[in-house]
Design a protein. Structure first.
Length: 158
């Protein structure tokens, strides 16, 4: 990272970025570039690894690209605030962000899918939902992706 004065290295602060954000942008490799899509997600720390879960349609571009190459990039950010200046070059912007690389996989095991759906809902709403235990049919309607983060950098300005 070029701006070491803005780098966040404290594991608890990095974890809090994953916890506070509600949308992540995930990038998949394409033959002619990168396909980036914003998605809601669920987060947990498993065996000292940041793990995010996504859900969506069982078919489509994300799934096709994942099957070709499971290596993905992830970006999360929050705390946006314009900092005004007297001159144009004195303006700035406050934010906190994480940029990460990881490996994505489709979860096939029904119990693991239900657990992941519960993690997504808990992260997004702060609530526990029992229907993932009482209605196992829910997992059949969606694809669930698990992204284990291999490396990440966190930056804070302001």
């Amino acid at each position: 990272m070029r701006r070491k004065d803005r780098e966040v290295t404290n594991p608890e602060e990095i974890k809090s970025v994953f916890e506070k954000c509600k949308v992540c942008r995930i990038g998949f490799k394409e033959e002619d570039g990168v396909y980036i899509v914003p998605v809601n997600y669920g987060y947990c720390l498993e065996e000292d690894k940041h793990t995010i879960y996504l859900h969506g349609a069982k078919e489509g571009k994300k799934i096709d690209l994942l099957r070709k190459d499971p290596e993905v990039g992830v970006e999360l950010d929050y705390g946006h605030e314009l900092v005004e200046g007297e001159l144009a070059c004195q303006y700035s912007y406050h934010f906190v962000s994480v940029i990460a690389k990881g490996t994505a996989e489709l979860i096939e095991d029904p119990k693991e899918k239900l657990k992941a759906l519960g993690i997504i809902m808990k992260h997004q709403t702060g609530k526990e939902f029992d229907e993932f235990e009482t209605n196992p049919q829910l997992e059949k309607t969606v694809a669930v992706l698990k992204v284990v983060i291999r490396e990440c950098s966190c930056k804070k300005h302001g």
